[in-house]
Design a protein around this ligand. Sequence first.
Ligand SMILES: Nc1ncnc2c1ncn2[C@@H]1O[C@H](COP(=O)(O)OP(=O)(O)OP(=O)(O)O)[C@@H](O)[C@H]1O
Ligand SMILES: [Mg+2]
Length: 332
Amino acid sequence: MEQYKEAPFGELSPHVFAVAEASYRAMRNEGKSQSILVSGESGAGKTETTKLIMQYLTFVGGRAGSDDRTVEQQLLADAEKYKLGHPSHFHYLNQSKIYELDGVNNAEEYVNTRRSMDIVGISHEDQEAIFRVLAAILHLGNIEFSPGKVADSSAVTDDKSRFHMQMAAELFMCDVELLLATLCTRSRQTPDENIINNLDCNDAVAGRDALAKSVYACLFDWIVDKINKSVGQDEKSQILIGVLDIYGFECFKDNSFEQFCINFANEKLQQHFNKHVFKMEKEEYDREEINWRDIEFVDNQDVLDLIEKRDRLWMVFFCLSPLVHLPSHPPS
Ligand SMILES: Nc1ncnc2c1ncn2[C@@H]1O[C@H](COP(=O)(O)OP(=O)(O)OP(=O)(O)O)[C@@H](O)[C@H]1O
Ligand SMILES: [Mg+2]
């Protein structure tokens, strides 16, 4: 970071710090807001890159935190209180079967996270609440369902699942019966009455995962809001640097509607990139009368048209409907 600070762009070897430095300089010198967009397919390293960019921007423009390390034993205390064990015991953590990464020490990461929370001014009470909600989500993911007594209904499988449900309810501070009803039934309000239907096991699992996702998303938004407030984001500030870390393109055997939207956003970005890099570069070559050999690239505009053009949109939904859950009415 020391090396890249104030070094003109292109002088040192290419590095994400050089990009962060260029945007910081441009913001300072020209007084203009900057955007950094981190793109690449899934797993390419966008999120890691984003972290490095933020680390650099904090280094050149922010305030550094103090270095008071807390005891690693907190971690074990934390695990005991929330009845957590090894990650391999939790459905939401064990699907990759990878629990250790070279060069990553979970205990250290935990201590760093707690320290960062201290620095941005998240109270210890709120920190506890964050870990409690996360633990609740993990327990929620371990609730399994088997067919209930009535056809197409579901019930919690066994004592182990019941324990996780009890834990989830305790940590969410909600009524366990209400949680059970939320997972195993669907209620609909009609003008006349409230209709309650049983859900089969697949629907109960889908509901469980949807609940976990939405609580996680709420927690994430809450943390972002909290951080923005406590780092004293200046609401009157005229200029800023925005860093966008998007979800990467990924193709699964069955793509969810969510992944479809992510892939669509990535294709749009790629098209933007093609237009700007290739077209503008070509224009510059033409202007300077440099011999230009066309660069071959895959142009997916047809795919975008298929999705974007209003008259064709419904067709896409129609083609996709066997693969993903979609609304049963045409999109407006
Ligand atoms: N610079 C790096 N140094 C070390 N490891 C890295 C680096 N960049 C990426 N990785 C490894 O690759 C993994 C995936 O990177 P990352 O999470 O940043 O991907 P991503 O592009 O954000 O993916 P997605 O689109 O799915 O969010 C990381 O967990 C890390 O193990
Ligand atoms: Mg990412």
